[in-house]
Structures are given as structure tokens and as C-alpha cells.
Design a protein around this ligand. Structure first.
Ligand code: NAI
Length: 351
């Protein structure tokens, strides 16, 4: 099948071309993001492949549909950037890659914790400047500290195992608590309020939905333990960045590791060195010595890329052959979410 791959970087090409040896699709790679402005590049392609910072709003989807596109194959787990109701109205099928490597993301969240705690980013810069002083680099033992995991799906569960391995006490919050995880690892499900109050480190692993948008706002931050380390490898808009800046300034938040940022679209995945950064909130975040920002790279391992490519091309194959789509995303799946702010158990909204 002819597949137009948008927002394609060299690592995407390498992985997709390697996996395609088994499928024989005709792949065409486009560097631009897929938005209403670039949708016409998909003319004569029945299928497009899109990544997290593309913008598949109603306008873009209508243009794609007008060009003859019938399948949107997301090479991501998250689908918050797609107007699924518009896709359904147009009869466009949307697939995703629900699971590729939870370990990639969980390990990355832990890497942010370790780097921030032991100030490896600062030590690296110092030593390169021949400054071998240890002043200001004091960290803490992870052993015995309390880690709060918000979201214990695939990634949160992998994170729970790792943190238990460090000897941490792990508190969890999820709309659908996993009793097996409690039995297997000794983590404890608690209310969001208790998790906020007791966690020395707090890591976010819920999807972005209307209910989790700005889950971590000024009020939530105020309820957290003073000096908390906040890690976000989920989606940028889980955190109100302005409220986070205030909490960092007042030193209520002790450190933040952010692999995602609510306004990352158009910034992350691009080389903007030599340009003037126009986003004042991101610019302010980058001034804090206790904040580590990375460019949505938690997924970026060889294993994850291979799995993403394989699952995406398999969805394209199934679509071409008129088979049921195992990883189809439909509007109704997202429209019955549970509020994290309810703090109670509910139904799973992110299958
Ligand atoms: P998953 O679907 O396995 O787990 C999500 C968990 O969140 C589920 O247990 C669900 O019950 C819970 N949840 C959903 N809405 C909730 C709510 N309102 N309140 C409480 N709990 C709620 O997803 P997975 O694979 O663990 O991924 C989590 C998120 O991580 C993805 O949605 C995506 O946004 C992000 N992600 C980030 C990557 C990166 O490179 N930085 C890569 C892959 C995923």
C-alpha cells in the first residue's frame, strides 16, 4: 500500500524501512509535520502515518479525506492530537501503537530522577569546564524514599518495578487499581491526595484526556510535599507549566524532569539552535538549574522504534486486506473518561 510518512526523521526511516522488508508497502517520507497546511502532500496516498506533534484536527482530516486518504496510522500510543469525532464522521480509520516498549519510557523517567537527584547534568557541564568542585551537588539516597506513580498502566507498572528495585516505598493512583501489581511488588494504591502529600518523587503516567488536562495545577502542587521532584514523561498538558514555574520559584517543587511540554508542538523534534526561542514559558523553565527538559525522547530506543514500525505497518497491511484493525482508536473510547480529581475507582478509559 502507498503510505505517506509525516514528521519523518532518519531513525523513523531506518526502522520503518527495516520492518517493511516483511510487508512491501510503498513508503514515502515527508519531513514536515502533518497539519492542515501540509495535508495536501498526501494527495494520492490512501494511508498516512503520523506522529505525536502532528495536528490532526477536523480541518486537516477533511483535507486528507478530500485527497483520498482512508487510513491514519499513528506511530504513537497517545492520540490526543487527533479529532476522533471528525475522523469517524469522515469514515477515516485511525490506528495507533498501544504498546511498544513500556520499559523505554519507564527507564527514561527513572533516568530523569537519577540525573536530577545526583545533578549529573550539572556535574557534566562543570567537569568540561575543568571545575572539579563538588559544592552544590549533594543528592539523596533513593532507597527508602516515597515515589508516587499517577497512572499504573503499562508504563506506570514498569516504573513501579524499577522503583521497588531501588528500595523505594511506592504509592500508586489509578482509576483502575491493579491488585496484582500490589501483590507482586508491594506497592500501595492510595488516594491522589495522600499520594501528593507523601511523595518525595512524583511521576506521571496517565494519558492526556479532558479529565487529566492540567491535573497538576497550582492547587495540586500546593498539596504536594515541599521539595517534591516532579517527573513528566506522559503528556505536556498534564502539567500547568505556569503554575509549575511559580512552584519552582517558591522552591515548593524541588526539581522537575520534563520530557514533554504542553506547547511542544512546533518546537520539539526540531533543531532551532541559532533562532530566538519565542516561547517565554519554556525559556523560563530552561533557566532553572533543577529542571531538566528533554525533547519527548523517552520512547527513543532501538527496541521501541522497531516495535512501532512493525505494528504500524501491520495495521496498514490489515487495512489493505480489509481485515479487522486490532489497534483501531474510536471516538467513543475517549468520551467516557474518569476524572483523576474524583480520586475514586472507575472504568478504564484508555484501552
Ligand atoms: P496505559 O493505557 O497502559 O495506562 C494508562 C493508565 O492511566 C491506565 O491504567 C488508566 O486506568 C489510567 N488512567 C487513565 N485516565 C485516568 C484518569 N483520569 N485518572 C486516573 N487514571 C487514569 O498507557 P501507557 O502505555 O502506560 O502510557 C501512558 C501515557 O504515557 C500515554 O498515554 C502517553 O501519553 C505517554 N507516553 C509518552 C511517551 C514519551 O515518549 N514521552 C511514549 C509513550 C507514551
Amino acid at each position: 500500500m502507498r503510505l505517506a510518512v509525516f514528521d519523518a526523521r532518519q531513525y523513523d526511516r531506518d526502522a520503518l524501512e527495516a520492518a517493511n522488508a516483511r510487508f512491501g508497502h510503498m513508503l514515502t517520507f515527508f519531513e514536515p509535520r502533518l497539519t492542515a497546511q501540509t495535508a495536501r502532500l498526501a494527495a494520492a496516498f490512501p494511508a498516512v502515518c503520523s506522529f505525536v506533534n502532528d495536528r490532526l484536527d477536523a480541518e486537516a482530516l477533511e483535507l486528507l479525506h478530500g485527497e483520498g486518504v482512508r487510513l491514519v496510522a499513528l506511530r504513537s500510543a497517545g492520540y490526543n492530537h487527533v479529532d476522533l469525532e471528525a475522523a469517524a464522521r469522515l469514515g477515516l480509520s485511525v490506528t495507533r501503537v498501544p504498546e511498544y516498549s513500556p520499559f523505554a519510557v519507564a527507564e527514561y523517567a527513572v533516568a530523569l530522577v537519577l540525573a536530577l537527584n545526583r545533578r549529573i547534568h550539572q556535574a557534566y557541564a562543570r567537569v568540561r569546564d575543568w571545575n572539579f568542585s563538588l559544592e552544590g551537588l549533594v543528592g539523596f539516597d533513593l532507597h527508602g524514599k516515597t515515589v508516587g506513580l499517577v497512572g499504573t498502566g503499562r508504563i506506570g507498572r514498569a516504573a513501579a518495578h524499577i522503583f521497588r528495585g531501588f528500595g523505594c516505598r511506592v504509592l500508586c493512583y489509578d482509576a483502575v487499581p491493579d491488585t496484582n501489581l500490589e501483590l507482586e511488588t508491594g506497592v500501595r494504591y492510595v488516594s491522589l491526595d495522600l499520594l501528593y502529600r507523601e511523595s518525595d518523587i512524583l511521576s506521571l503516567h496517565v494519558p492526556l484526556t479532558p479529565q487529566t488536562h492540567h491535573l497538576v495545577d497550582a492547587d495540586a502542587l500546593a498539596r504536594m510535599k515541599r521539595g517534591v521532584m516532579l517527573i513528566n514523561t506522559g503528556r505536556g498538558a498534564l502539567v500547568d507549566s505556569r503554575a509549575l514555574i511559580d512552584a519552582l520559584k517558591s522552591q515548593h517543587v524541588g526539581a522537575a524532569g520534563l520530557d514533554v511540554y504542553e506547547e511542544e508542538e512546533g518546537i520539539f523534534f526540531r533543531d532551532l539552535s541559532g533562532q530566538v526561542l519565542q516561547d517565554d514559558v519554556l525559556a523560563r523553565l530552561l533557566t532553572f538549574p533543577n529542571v531538566l527538559v528533554t525533547s519527548h525522547q523517552a520512547f527513543l530506543t532501538r527496541e521501541a522504534l522497531a516495535r512501532i514500525a512493525e505494528t504500524t505497518l501491520e495495521s496498514v497491511r490489515a487495512f489493505e486486506q480489509g481485515e479487522p484493525l486490532a489497534h483501531e482508536v474510536r471516538a467513543e473510547q475517549v468520551l467516557r473518561p474518569v476524572s483523576a480529581k474524583d480520586q475514586g475507582a472507575g472504568t478504564r478509559n484508555d484501552m
